[in-house]
Design a protein around this ligand. Structure first.
Ligand SMILES: [Zn+2]
Length: 224
C-alpha cells in the first residue's frame, strides 16, 4: 500500500478551482431543490452550507500542500490518496458526524460524498488537450489499488501552474474561458431544472393544502 510516490511531472495541467467550485454549487442546488425561496434568498440564507459544499468540492487538491510539507514542489504528491473514492467516503462520513446538512446522517453523507466526488469526476476528464487522446494524468480512484484512472476522452483542458508566467499565460486564459463556458452552460441547465422542480413542488403543496381544507370543510358541514 502506498500514499503515492512523488510524481515525475508535478506540474501537469489541472482543472482550476473555478470548475470545482461550480460543481460544489451544483450539489448546493440539490440540497435546496425543495426550498420555496428564490435562488438569491436561498444563497443568502444558506451561506454556511454553500461554503461547505464548495470547500468539499475543492478539498481533494489539499494534497498540493503535502508536497510543500515534505520540502518538495507543490505538485509532488498531487493526485494521491485524496483523489480517491475512499477519501471521499471518509470525508463524507466524518463531516456528516459533525453536521447533518440535509437532515439525516445518511442523506447528509450522500451529499458530502457527491460534493467531494465531483472533484474526482472533473479530474478524471481533465487533460492537456480536448478530444479522444488520453492526455489525462490519471488519479488513483480506487485507492489502495495503485492503478491511476483517466478518461481517454478529455473534456476539460487543465491550467498550467509551473510558475508565474505559466499561470498568467494566454493558454491558461483560453482554458479558463472554456471552463467558464462549459460549466456555465451546465449550471444554466441545472438552474432551469431547479426552478421547474421548485414550481412543481410548490404547486403540489398548494393542491395538497386545498384538498385538506376541502375535506375538513365537508366533514364540518356533515356534523349536525
Ligand atoms: Zn484535483
Amino acid at each position: 500500500m502506498r500514499l503515492r510516490a512523488c510524481h515525475p511531472d508535478p506540474f501537469r495541467p489541472v482543472a482550476s478551482p473555478v470548475a470545482h467550485s461550480i460543481a460544489g454549487f451544483w450539489t448546493f442546488l440539490l440540497l435546496t431543490v425543495r426550498s420555496r425561496m428564490s435562488l438569491v434568498k436561498v444563497c443568502r440564507q444558506y451561506v454556511p452550507q454553500l461554503v461547505l459544499l464548495v470547500l468539499l468540492a475543492n478539498l481533494a487538491d489539499i494534497d498540493l500542500l503535502f508536497g510543500i510539507g515534505i520540502g518538495a514542489s507543490a505538485g509532488a504528491l498531487h493526485h494521491g490518496f485524496t483523489h480517491s473514492f475512499a477519501a471521499a467516503l471518509c470525508v463524507a462520513l466524518g463531516v456528516s458526524c459533525l453536521w447533518r446538512i440535509a437532515g439525516t446522517f445518511w442523506r447528509s453523507a450522500a451529499l458530502y460524498f457527491l460534493a467531494y466526488s465531483s472533484h474526482l469526476v472533473i479530474d478524471f476528464f481533465t487533460g492537456t488537450k480536448l478530444g479522444w487522446n488520453s492526455t489525462g494524468s490519471g488519479i488513483p480512484l480506487l485507492w489502495p489499488c495503485e492503478k491511476d484512472f483517466g478518461s481517454p476522452l478529455i473534456l476539460i483542458v487543465g491550467v498550467k501552474h509551473k510558475d508565474f508566467p505559466a499561470v498568467f499565460s494566454v493558454e491558461n486564459l483560453h482554458s479558463g474561458l472554456y471552463e467558464l463556458l462549459i460549466f456555465g452552460v451546465v449550471t444554466a441547465a441545472l438552474l432551469l431544472l431547479w426552478i421547474r422542480h421548485q414550481k412543481n413542488h410548490v404547486m403540489s403543496h398548494e393542491l395538497e393544502t386545498a384538498r385538506i381544507t376541502t375535506t375538513r370543510t365537508q366533514s364540518n358541514e356533515r356534523i349536525p
